[in-house]
Design a protein around this ligand. Structure first.
Ligand code: DOR
Ligand code: ZN
Ligand code: ZN
Length: 430
């Protein structure tokens, strides 16, 4: 493996409060040295003048569709999309076919990911087949390599099951990723319950469906063992944000994520009747968008993930019948940068913390840092480049992108995974 010496970059690493121009040497897949005057040796030198160097992004919430739905995406293409967006580690949700509910499927994913452009951490199912009936063998799944547990796509059916899951989380020391939704309130809904859903004559998904789900998980966490690890997925409502803020203020050990679309867009987008703006939870009201944004800014929402959920163009063709979900890994950094950093709400270091260092902490993995000895996962970003999202140029298989045609600021130029260059967009500039 060729060693890489990055020179003249602004190096930003929130995990060690670093923000200065210096050099970084990657050797044998790890960060070997960081500082000034690093001798080149036989490393390939990369002049990163004018660029920002940061730890690779970690996406806690993606759907790679492999095994079973590889017309939408597969491990290789999902990881290609990841690397193009600066994501070097991603958690792959278990709603595949078969569901990731056996050690064999965990192994299949890990094996296939060995040659992919990003590190894939399988999230295993809480209930067999995500059917809500019988719990999986979480201990065996963890031993096989599952990084977390979730029934994402659906909520864990009963409070009793979630109670048991939180006990196992504590015993096995693994995080639980909760898709919070009360299906008795959301059943049949395809967009946010609002004036527009009424106008379109479709059933809506009310805020209360998410709020009741989030409140249930928090109530269960209150009586769970101290070291249970509960993480709330894709927060979209003002109510959820308030519940999580209150839980944190009361000292509960809870973390949460949202996705760029929830603090950038509102349910106004569905007037277009374009199913690319449909996901679950759905785009909400302006009040919710503001609350989610505030949650990101004040730390109530620890992490920005994507819920990268590819569906084919054919599946997305019919607004009323299309499955929920939007892709996101290739646009998450630039969209978040544009909305949060360019607008002066967060520093780039704070953003990288939410997309890299903090997710690494939640998972308890090696990553999200440029400390000497850490895995050499890093990205070079041009903070000044402005680009327009062209879905034809994206690297995944699907095109269901909420940011299509959007003008975004900041571009990932180079991605290094375990010391290897896996994405390089610098050529155009030569
Ligand atoms: O929008 C969504 N897409 N929400 C989910 O809960 C599932 C996901 C998917 O798998 O497509
Ligand atoms: Zn979900
Ligand atoms: Zn999801």
């Amino acid at each position: 493996m060729t060693a890489l010496l990055f020179k003249n970059a602004r190096v930003i690493d929130p995990s060690q409060n670093l923000n200065r121009i210096c050099a970084v040497l990657c050797k044998d897949g790890v960060i070997a040295q960081i500082g000034e005057n690093i001798p080149r040796g036989n490393a390939v030198e990369i002049d990163a003048s004018g660029l920002t160097l940061a730890p690779g992004l970690i996406d806690l919430h993606t759907h790679l569709r492999d095994p079973g739905f590889t017309d939408k995406e597969d491990i290789e293409t999902g990881c290609a999309a990841a690397s193009a967006g600066g994501v070097t580690t991603l958690c792959a949700m278990p709603n595949t076919k078969p569901a990731c509910d056996t050690p064999e499927t965990v192994q299949y994913i890990l094996e296939k990911a060995k040659t992919a452009a990003a590190r894939v951490l399988p999230v295993a199912a809480i209930t067999k087949g995500l059917l809500g009936a019988e719990l999986t063998d979480m201990s065996a799944l963890k031993s096989a390599g599952a990084c977390a547990f979730s029934d994402d796509g659906v909520p864990v059916h009963t409070a009793a099951q979630m109670k048991q899951t939180l006990e196992l989380s504590a015993r096995l020391n693994v995080p639980i990723f909760a898709h919070t939704e009360d299906r008795s309130l959301s059943e049949g809904g395809i967009v946010n319950a609002c004036a527009i859903s009424a106008e379109l004559g479709v059933k809506g998904i009310p805020n209360a469906a998410e709020d009741v789900g989030t409140a249930r998980e928090i109530a269960l966490l209150m009586s769970a063992p101290q070291n249970a690890r509960l993480h709330i997925c894709h927060v979209s409502t003002a109510g959820s944000v308030a519940l999580i803020r209150d839980a944190k203020a009361r000292g509960l050990h809870i973390t949460a994520e949202t996705c760029p679309h929830y603090f950038i867009f509102t349910d106004g987008k569905i007037k277009t009747k374009d199913a690319d703006y449909r996901m679950n939870p759905p785009l909400r009201s302006e009040t919710d968008r503001q609350a989610v944004l505030q949650g990101v800014l004040d730390g109530t929402l620890d992490v920005i993930a994507t819920d990268h959920a590819p569906h084919t163009v054919a599946e997305k063709a019919d607004f009323y019948k299309a499955p929920n979900g939007v892709i996101g890994m290739e646009t998450s950094f630039a969209a978040s940068y544009t909305a949060l950093v360019q607008s002066g709400l967060l520093s780039v270091s704070e953003l990288i913390c939410k997309m890299s260092s903090r997710p690494a902490q939640i998972l308890g993995i090696d990553g999200g840092t440029l400390r000497v000895g850490a895995r050499a996962d890093l990205i070079l970003i041009d903070e000044n480049e402005v680009w327009t999202v062209d879905t034809e140029k994206l690297h995944g298989k699907s095109k269901n992108c909420v940011f299509k045609k959007c003008k975004l600021q900041s571009k990932v130029k180079l991605t290094v995974s375990a010391g290897e260059i896996v994405f390089d967009d610098r050529v155009k500039e030569k």
